[in-house]
Design a binder for this molecule. Sequence first.
Ligand code: URA
Length: 243
Amino acid sequence: MIAHRTRLDRFISRETGINRRDVRGLLAQGRITVDGTVARDIQQIVHQFTLVSMDGAILQNNQPCYLMVNKPAGVVSATSDQQHKTIIDLIDRLNRDSLHIAGRLDFNSTGLLLLTNDGRWSRNLSLPESKVTKCYRVELENPVTDEYISAFAEGFYFEYEGITTQPAELNIISERVAEISLTEGRYHQIKRMFGRFQNKVLSLHRYAIGNLQLDPELSPGQYRELSSKEVTQIGHPPRVPIT
Ligand code: URA
């Protein structure tokens, strides 16, 4: 499988071992098809999910895969781990080893986690300029007060990264429960933000990414495929505010 864009002649040569000059001959003879159409142009671009065949035999036929998982606590957001169960261990699919995580959650955090084999899609989601909002519900050790709201909106200076966090929206739900919307994902970001008030996060649950809500039908540890509408819409802002 290839992760990035490649020129067709390079792709054929790499997959078959045939040198690039001879690949030109194959193309001239109409023996290569790309997405079902006879290919003639050596410069045609092949992506990860382009269907490529030679003499009717498939050279590449990767299917894009997008999963939403309800991550339970005590599972690592990683593809392998020596000690703990990983999010990939929860997936019972043949292609599970080709999947990667689009936006991690900490070991004890729960909720919406996205897995995919589509590097372009996950990169778009995580680009700072995409400004995809991630929404969390947190339970705190101490009461949360109105002064937090402006502090979260103004941002916190993170010395280690040398950045000030982007404005975050905080809604106080009850004395020790708040919801927070972020457009970035720094290491332990929410815990560090509440840490500025010496207020420990007792539980952290992500319930939405962009306009995609965690499916309430999924119990912790369960997953489902995203619909094609969800795949294309996730980067777009929600039409109604998430409450
Ligand atoms: N912020 C955190 O501190 N932890 C998470 O899992 C996600 C965001």
